[in-house]
Design a protein around this ligand. Structure first.
Ligand SMILES: [Zn+2]
Length: 433
């Protein structure tokens, strides 16, 4: 006992001795406080909180990755009592929070042709590596387009987690990523997200949790390119399977996003307690009642509709043509009806199915179906942050939140397309563009 005690004491003493030179070194270099990175930004017009009026001539003080102060007027270093800080001059710009896209696939690019590449959802490791390479490129395009946070819904597996962690470590330029792994869908058992019973669906979700998922994505209806998602068709899930997926995700408080086109799939997912419906193409008044009852978000992905409009109908048989036409005829109106009914909308483009880096077009479509530019900006800031459970970190420019800041030459409140020409991007306090 005595020997053990002595050994412990020796260890403790050596630890104390070892720590002394480090402390001394820190004293020489200055305190932790001095190592902080400070920036001050002069904003000509500042929309700090979308939904509220912008203000003219403001100063943002940024300490490391977060906003430290927000002041009226253009404050100088001397006025702020700072010895050293980079001064960023955006006095002729419109400054707003970094945008958030709640539905992307960074590790996919199917924007050219619907049938071109259907392989990247399969859990093949070599494809997963290729998917990461695609993701690195797409992550840069996305953040440079002013989208400083994304929710990635469905990938080939590990690639998206590597990409997320690479961005978090500062080694890869990209947006902050909240990622699901494989999409949970009905299918034969595999190493991916397929499941076929309550137990295997629980297992499929737990596999994603083990891989590091922040979000669970489920296919509550077939894909829009399949006839089985047509009007009136059932969900491929049985109600108890869908419930098992949601309940398992909730054991880790993960948000659940449900891809759903038709009413039966949408309503079944809403009743199971998902956090968002993706696409929501054919939502009707019964769906809207459930959206309101549960407070669920709708993520419209109208850019996909725009793409479907441009697909050559000659390639499709008559039933498929009718199905596609139903989506084209009703999606926009149903999104507008949902918005007018007070359903919460979070912006999501489905980039990966549509081109990466053009995410702001989604907001343009919202103004076409009836939102004001301010309402459209709210869907990609305040609302998307709320859907992600990240309102304390992102979605507005307030003291303590991440310094995710973008700027345009023209006010997007006057012309929403100004968001397609982002002239300045800062993500987590780092200048990207
Ligand atoms: Zn998608």
């Amino acid at each position: 006992m005595g020997i053990l005690k002595n050994t412990l004491m020796t260890l403790l003493t050596s630890c104390v001795l070892l720590s002394l030179p480090i402390q001394a070194q820190q004293m020489e270099e200055g305190t932790e406080e001095d190592k902080d990175n400070w920036k001050i930004m002069h904003a000509g017009t500042l929309l700090a909180i979308p939904g509220e009026q912008p203000i003219g001539n403001a100063t943002l003080v940024i300490k490391n990755d977060r906003i430290d102060q927000l002041l009226e007027g253009f404050q100088s270093l001397e006025q702020l009592g700072l010895d050293q800080a980079e001064v960023i001059d955006l006095r002729d710009k419109f400054v707003l929070p970094g945008l958030i896209d709640a539905h992307v696939h960074l590790t996919m690019d199917r924007s050219l042709d619907r049938e071109q590449d259907d392989s990247s959802d399969k859990p093949d490791e070599s494809l997963d590596v290729y998917a990461l390479a695609l993701g690195v490129e797409n992550a840069r395009k996305t953040v440079e387009a002013g989208f400083t946070t994304v929710r990635n819904l469905g990938s080939s597996g590990w690639s998206i987690f590597a990409l997320r962690d690479g961005v978090n470590s500062g080694k890869i330029v990209g947006p902050r990523i909240f990622a699901s792994g494989h999409t949970i869908r009905i299918g034969s058992e595999s190493e991916g997200g397929e499941c076929y019973s309550v137990d295997s669906c629980k297992q499929a979700v737990r596999r994603q949790i083990d891989m590091g998922a922040d979000v669970i994505k489920i296919y509550a209806t077939c894909s829009g390119g399949q006839l089985c998602s047509r009007i009136g068709s059932p969900s491929p899930f049985l109600a108890d399977e869908l419930q098992a997926v949601v309940d398992t995700a909730k054991t880790r408080e993960l948000i659940v996003a449900a891809h759903a086109h038709n009413v039966r799939g949408i309503n079944m997912a809403l009743n199971a307690g998902v956090d968002s419906i993706e696409h929501g193409t054919l939502n009707d008044s019964s769906s809207r009642q459930l959206f309101k009852k549960y407070g669920t978000y709708l993520v419209p992905t109208l850019m996909v509709l725009d793409r479907i409009r441009r697909i050559n109908p000659e390639r499709e048989d008559s039933m498929m043509k009718t199905h596609t036409q139903t989506h084209i005829d009703h999606h926009e109106q149903n999104i507008n009806d949902a918005f007018q009914a007070g359903i919460k909308i979070a912006a999501g483009s489905d980039a990966g199915v549509v081109p990466h880096g053009e995410n702001a077009r989604e907001l343009e479509f919202y103004t076409i179906v009836g939102m004001t530019p301010m309402e459209a900006i709210v869907t990609a800031t305040i609302n998307s942050a709320d859907l992600l459970g990240q309102s304390h970190n992102i979605g507005s420019l307030q003291v303590g939140k991440y310094a995710d800041i973008i700027a345009t030459d023209v006010s997007p409140l006057e012309d929403i397309t100004a968001l397609k020409e982002i002239s300045f991007v800062m993500a987590s306090g780092k200048k990207i563009k």
